[in-house]
Design a protein around this ligand. Structure first.
Ligand SMILES: NC(=O)c1ccc[n+]([C@@H]2O[C@H](COP(=O)([O-])OP(=O)(O)OC[C@H]3O[C@@H](n4cnc5c(N)ncnc54)[C@H](OP(=O)(O)O)[C@@H]3O)[C@@H](O)[C@H]2O)c1
Length: 354
């Protein structure tokens, strides 16, 4: 392991690990790798859970991730048909590597239906938050979760009830930090106001759908700018548009069975020709920079104000290695300007007057 250090008078401050730069998770003291790893597709495909990466392959990816300093790992209780299997595979890895627990920042999520069939088995009630966290800890084989994220907000339960449940979990050190996912600016303001009013845990990150081609989704616009202004970490999910922002969809490449977008029936984005044209322009620019489309796209995301850690999924060690390189890519002003002409207009992200 290589700890890269800066000396600060009274002690050492580490700002990278195994060559990977770290960033604070919003205004929290916790630091995470700039490029992390999404583990949605890890599971037990042989059991029909619709995951794509089985245990052995997942272990190769997780081992290599640690070597590369990719230590922020994102999962959720209900990934892969509400099976809990992404958490189970991670749990197997933690059991096989007990000495590495402290080197990983583990994020999971809860809210959607899981672990049962009554109306109380989903949502953000105190009951479901506590039961879901106990079940996740059991599957992960861990004694705490670093970042608990509400997978979505939920209007029926008072926010104070949900925050109080997290406060209790924090007091018992079962959960350390809180994030939201699929949240709007209004959600963030409500959570912040109530947390301040009642002295309850503040949200430190927001995980929303975001890739450079599509930007923010309807109903979630303004969240990245809100994060930049308020020092929250924005964690973009599906940052490669589930594999579209890679070299594999360039004209002339053969795409077929086993490819995620084909398996998920989601290749319609390419039918209009516009996206393919964007990919061609990206590839040209990437080649000039000695990069791939994935690396250029991820590096572009990292330059946006408010951007927190990225969590691209990888189905192979090679994909992981390729994506990880983005963490240390520096883009020149000229390259950024060209990217702005290809990607979603940054002005729509309201980032101009921060
Ligand atoms: N909060 C939420 O509601 C939510 C929703 C979705 C995802 N997420 C999180 O976000 C993470 C990432 O999102 P995602 O998996 O949807 O999409 P993504 O990271 O945009 O795309 C990942 C897919 O792209 C392909 N890929 C990755 N790197 C590649 C490379 N270098 N070259 C070629 N292909 C590459 C792989 O597909 P192949 O298998 O085809 O190779 C991989 O499964 C998830 O793991 C999860 O942790 C959160």
């Amino acid at each position: 392991m290589a700890y890269d250090t800066r000396f600060y008078g009274l002690g050492f401050s580490f700002d990278s690990f195994n060559g990977m730069p770290y960033v604070h998770l919003g205004r929290c003291g916790l630091q995470v790798s700039r490029v992390g790893l999404g583990t949605w597709k890890m599971g037990y495909p042989e059991r029909g859970d619709k995951s794509r990466v089985g245990r052995d392959q997942a272990f190769c990816i997780l081992d290599r991730a640690l070597e590369l300093g990719v230590t922020f790992w994102d999962t959720a209780n209900r990934y892969n048909e509400s099976s809990g299997n992404s958490e189970r595979v991670l749990g197997e890895w933690f059991r096989a590597h007990p000495g590495e627990r402290r080197n990983i920042v583990l994020a999971t999520k809860m809210a959607g239906a899981m672990d049962g069939v009554t109306p109380n088995h989903c949502g953000l009630s105190r009951a479901n938050i506590l039961d879901s966290v106990y079940a996740s800890l059991d599957r992960l084989g861990l004694d705490h979760i670093d970042l608990l994220q509400f997978h979505r907000t939920e209007p029926q339960t008072p926010v104070e009830e949900s925050l109080e449940a997290v406060a209790d979990l924090r007091r018992r050190d079962l959960v350390r930090y809180l994030g939201l996912s699929n949240a709007s600016v209004e959600d963030l303001m409500e959570y912040r106001e109530l947390a301040r009013q009642y002295g309850l845990p503040l949200v430190c990150s927001v995980q929303n759908n975001f890739n450079p081609l599509d930007g923010e989704r309807e109903g979630r616009r303004g969240v990245l700018a809100f994060c930049a202004r308020n020092r929250l970490a924005f964690i973009p999910y599906s940052p490669l548009s589930r594999g579209l922002l890679t070299n594999r969809y360039l004209p002339g490449r053969s795409v077929g069975q086993g490819d995620r977008l084909v398996d998920e029936g989601s290749l319609e984005q390419l039918s209009g020709g516009e996206v393919r044209e964007q990919l061609v322009r990206l590839e040209e620019l990437a080649r000039q920079e000695g990069l791939t489309i994935a690396q250029l796209s991820l590096a572009y995301l990292l330059h946006l104000p408010g951007m927190g850690p990225l969590i691209p999924s990888a189905s192979t060690v090679e994909q992981l290695e390729e994506n990880t390189r983005a963490a240390t890519v520096e883009l020149s002003a000229g390259t950024l300007e060209q990217l702005r002409r290809i990607f979603v207009d940054e002005a729509t992200l309201d980032l101009e007057n921060l």
